[in-house]
Design a protein around this ligand. Structure first.
Ligand code: DP6
Length: 334
């Protein structure tokens, strides 16, 4: 039962794919990254979250639909609500219900869309009216990559000097460029080493400094390539950065190997197709699935080819997605 004092809001956020990655932190508690990063929101991979503050509750209740809500996940949500409560000056507990649009267990990183939607819904329900920048900062404290799911389209996260200067902003709106991200799903199990753990281990790689310097050089190259819709420059730098991030993961202690045999097969296939004249590049996050980047005109051909590859269970096609927004839909909360 919900008391009349309940204040409810629902928000929806896109996941995002990073072209220059966030991999390694300067400050773990504040989730300040070693380097700035650039990403695109994914229009078909969203999280919708309803938050209802209710004075009748004596503890937060967290439900992630279509999956088992682990204690660890619920605690992380509750800790994030504490940040919102602190800013709003309230102590009221909340009911949280969240649902992903993408198939559960699809292995797509969902912490970005999850914490962006949670931040926006919780702030609205708590009566906090924050700027996009303030929302991005708050989302970052929940999960670093979530700060990039607050603004629309193509987004840059400024590493910043401190918490107040580490936030994301749009560099181009979704309609700027018909770039596509085709996610080849090859693994649906939960990854062994989550991205949060991987971020902590990154500091131990002997290649960390070299990757950081290369990522810093790559950032303006990718930004400019997006602004100029220069697909070749964009793709080359993005693919290199993915390899660099995974080189750091592989050489962390313990070593983190996210790729499966199917991942490597797709990497080879994309390079072979490219050599054959089909413009496509790959990037890979902290998991085995491969994000294949192409322009609108080539999306159908590529998706069909990817579906024919061994071990590809599904291909999720994404266009540049919108900013986080508040919607009038309540996921089972009155
Ligand atoms: C490989 O944002 O999940 O997707 O701040 O610990 O929640 P936490 O890490 P998270 O890391 C994302 C890692 C990545 C690269 C990226 O999105 O930039």
């Amino acid at each position: 039962m919900t008391s009349p004092a309940a204040r409810t809001a629902t928000a929806r956020s896109c996941a995002n794919i990073a072209f220059i990655k966030y991999w390694g932190r300067r400050d773990h508690a504040l989730r300040l990254p070693l380097n700035g990063s650039i990403s695109m929101n994914l229009d078909s991979a969203t999280t919708t979250t309803t938050v209802a503050f209710d004075s009748a509750l004596d503890a937060d209740q967290v439900t992630i639909l279509d999956t088992e809500t682990t204690e660890k996940a619920a605690r992380r949500v509750s800790e994030h609500l504490d940040r919102v409560r602190a800013q709003a000056g309230i102590a009221t507990r909340a009911r949280v219900v969240s649902r992903n649009s993408f198939p559960m267990g699809a292995g797509i990183a969902s912490s970005a869309s999850a914490f962006a939607a949670l931040t926006a819904a919780a702030c609205a329900a708590a009566g906090l009216r924050l700027s996009e920048r303030a929302l991005s900062i708050l989302a970052r404290l929940g999960s670093g990559s979530a700060c990039r799911s607050i603004p629309a389209g193509f987004v840059e996260w400024h590493a910043g000097e401190d918490s107040e200067s580490s936030y994301a902003e749009m560099i181009a709106p979704p309609e700027h460029w018909d770039l596509r991200d085709l996610i080849a799903i090859v693994e649906t199990a939960h990854k062994e080493v989550g991205s949060s753990k991987g971020q902590e281990l990154a500091g131990a790689s002997p290649f960390g400094a070299a990757r950081l310097a290369a990522a810093e050089r790559g950032l303006p190259i990718v930004r400019r390539a997006i602004l100029e819709r220069d697909f070749k420059t964009f793709g080359e730098e993005t693919e290199q950065e993915a390899i660099r991030m995974h080189a750091v993961a592989l050489t962390s202690r313990p070593s983190v190997l996210y790729w499966s045999p199917a991942t490597v097969r797709i990497m080879h296939a994309v390079r072979a197709w490219r050599a054959d004249g089909l413009p496509a590049y790959f990037t890979i996050d902290a998991g085995a699935n491969v994000h294949v980047l192409c322009q609108g005109a080539d999306a159908d051909t590529l998706a069909a080819r990817l579906r024919h590859l061994e071990d590809v269970q599904a291909v999720l096609c994404n266009r540049p997605g919108p900013a986080t927004w508040l919607i009038d839909e309540h996921l089972g909360i009155d």
